[in-house]
Design a protein around this ligand. Structure first.
Ligand SMILES: [Zn+2]
Ligand SMILES: [Zn+2]
Length: 378
């Protein structure tokens, strides 16, 4: 009775059974078969490929394409992602995206965010799926746009058949190619599924608890390069929550974000279009605003005697940096307009050209100044 009062929401025994059985087989059956029979090297190669298909279908497909519309994609990658999503056993695109859009709309709200980090690491990692919590009740009103995609509708209708075939029949068939159907089922079916589950779940749990907040502290989301290594680039979660429709999560070129690279590669093959990117000045301004907040907090802690002076200096430098950024962005926009109007020659001759160069060198000077100033309080 007491237990019931603490947890009035009904348990999801079906989900519990899937997680428990797959975890047990992966933890016990996979090493047992390895010791008694060994695994063919070809199966290890297939494991890597299937892990990537499983993971990237969620990150590039379910997440950046369907949930956020960060780009549009040709039928072929949409089909591959829809199949890969069923392989990943993370529910249909419709269910996944309905939850995910609510996660962004109500981030951290303990009642409305389906995997709110405020309810603890366990809840945001897996606990939210083990009971029928109201936040995960589906009314689909936030994904009506997705119902216009026949791939989404088809995958939702045949989800159970697809998930079972891809997780049982396909691994058995691939194992059979190496005369080891059981090895295929264990390694490519169960082991791949459990690894795929927990790496994706890390984005909802650890990426809301461990890491830095360079762009915003409005939500618990964090940037964490280590989590990005395990999640095909999704560990840059603070950037993602701040600029959710950008097709990149790791915004710098050196950030490990294979999902971003895949989408870019698809666009080179004409299989992805309209890749959305936030304007660089907006990203830089968000970073500077957070640096101002961190530096001001440090000043308040460490320089009580002349803190007003320092705070005013920081505020003035920040305002100047933002002013220069905006002037530079306006000028650059004008340059792009002239270029798209095929007025390259006019651009070269115009005064605007020199103006942009001057604004750029001024901005770089201000950036250096800002960096030196904020570094004192890092
Ligand atoms: Zn998202
Ligand atoms: Zn999140």
């Amino acid at each position: 009775m007491k237990q019931q009062q603490q947890h009035p929401t009904p348990r999801r025994f079906d989900v519990l059974a899937i997680f428990t059985s797959t975890s047990l087989v992966a933890a016990l059956g996979v090493p047992w078969h390895g010791i008694t029979h060994g695994y063919h090297p070809g199966l290890w190669v297939l494991l890597g490929l299937m892990l990537a298909w499983n993971g990237l279908s969620i990150t590039a497909g379910y997440h950046r394409l369907w949930s956020h519309k960060a780009y549009s994609a040709h039928l072929l990658p949409r089909l591959i992602f829809a199949l890969g999503g069923a392989l990943a056993v993370q529910n249909s695109i419709r269910n996944w995206c309905a939850d995910h859009r609510n996660h962004h709309r109500h981030t951290d709200d303990p009642d409305l965010d389906p995997y709110s980090s405020r309810r603890g690491l366990w809840y945001s990692h897996m606990g939210w799926m083990l009971r029928d919590y109201p936040a995960t009740t589906k009314d689909y009103s936030n994904i009506t746009d997705l119902d216009r995609d026949p791939v989404v509708v088809w995958q939702h209708k045949h989800y159970a058949t697809l998930a079972l075939s891809l997780n049982l029949l396909l691994p058995l068939a691939l194992g059979w190619l190496f005369n080891d159907p059981m090895g295929g089922l264990l390694l490519l079916g169960f082991f791949r599924l459990v690894i795929g589950h927990h790496t994706t779940f890390l984005i909802n749990s650890l990426a809301h608890a461990w890491g830095s907040q360079p762009y915003s502290d409005q939500t618990s989301s964090r940037d964490n390069p280590l989590i990005a290594l395990l999640t095909y680039g999704e560990g840059y979660h603070n950037f993602h929550h701040t600029f959710q429709w950008d097709y990149r999560n790791g915004v710098r070129w050196y950030h490990f974000d294979p999902t971003k690279w895949l989408i870019k590669a698809l666009s080179w093959c004409q299989l992805a279009h309209h890749l959305k990117q936030v304007a660089p000045e907006k990203i830089e301004q968000s970073r500077a605003k957070m640096q101002l907040a961190y530096a001001s907090a440090r000043v308040r802690q460490s320089r009580p005697s002349n803190k007003e002076q320092w705070l005013n200096l920081l505020e003035a430098e920040y305002e100047q940096l933002v002013h220069s950024l905006n002037a530079w962005a306006l000028c650059r926009q004008r340059k792009l307009e002239l270029k798209t109007a095929k007025l390259k020659q006019r651009w070269d001759e115009t005064e605007l050209h020199h103006q942009l160069q001057e604004l750029e060198s001024n901005l770089n000077r201000q950036r250096r100044h800002w960096r030196l100033l904020t570094q004192q309080f890092a």
